[in-house]
Ligand binder design. Structure first.
Ligand code: ZN
Length: 177
């Protein structure tokens, strides 16, 4: 893989000193160790080595890597290998990412899924998500700063789109997994 135009080491070099000064109260020697490794990785600071092709004799001189597990340069190959291996596992089909959120000790559907599943508008989705999370209509009005009549309209639309007749039924049958 080609080298990215800006690397973490470049960012540290640019913002380094002022960042260290501002971060003194939480920066530990472990952080320094990692930052130091990232800064020195593949520079003259860590020395170098010479690789030679046994066939044609072509030689290349390279700087040594820091091999720190936090170093993005050193982990790039491992990451690429991991991605390649995951790509081989992909089935020849379209993939969808489904997110589940844990809220108040119960699992609820991610807003994107709710909207897709029930054909909700953005406002209805926000309303339905809060309802699924266990908030009352009054609490939702306060949270979203909406009038109770607006909430009643959202609720009516939710009943229409889900076929539910009561709030409890709406939540248990349509808004939670
Ligand atoms: Zn490194």
């Amino acid at each position: 893989m080609s080298r990215p135009p800006v690397e973490v080491a470049d960012v540290i070099r640019t913002a380094g000193e002022s960042f260290f000064e501002r971060s003194q109260n939480w920066f530990t020697w472990l952080h320094f160790k990692v930052v130091n490794a990232i800064l020195l990785c593949r520079t003259a600071g860590l020395g170098g080595h010479q690789d030679a092709c046994s066939g044609c004799g072509y030689q290349v001189i390279s700087f040594n890597s820091c091999r720190n597990r936090h170093c993005p340069r050193c982990q790039a190959n491992a990451r690429d290998r991991w991605l390649e291996a995951r790509e081989k596992e992909l089935l020849p089909t379209r993939y969808v990412h489904i997110r589940r959120l844990e809220c108040r000790n119960k699992s609820i559907l991610a807003p994107e899924i709710l909207a897709l599943k029930l054909g909700l508008t953005k406002a209805e989705t926000t309303f339905a998500s809060l309802l699924a999370a266990g908030l009352s209509v009054v609490q939702i009005c306060g949270r979203l700063r909406i009038h109770e009549s607006t909430a009643r309209t959202h609720l009516r639309h939710l009943y229409q789109k889900t076929g539910a007749r009561r709030q409890a039924e709406l939540v248990s049958r349509s808004l939670v997994p």
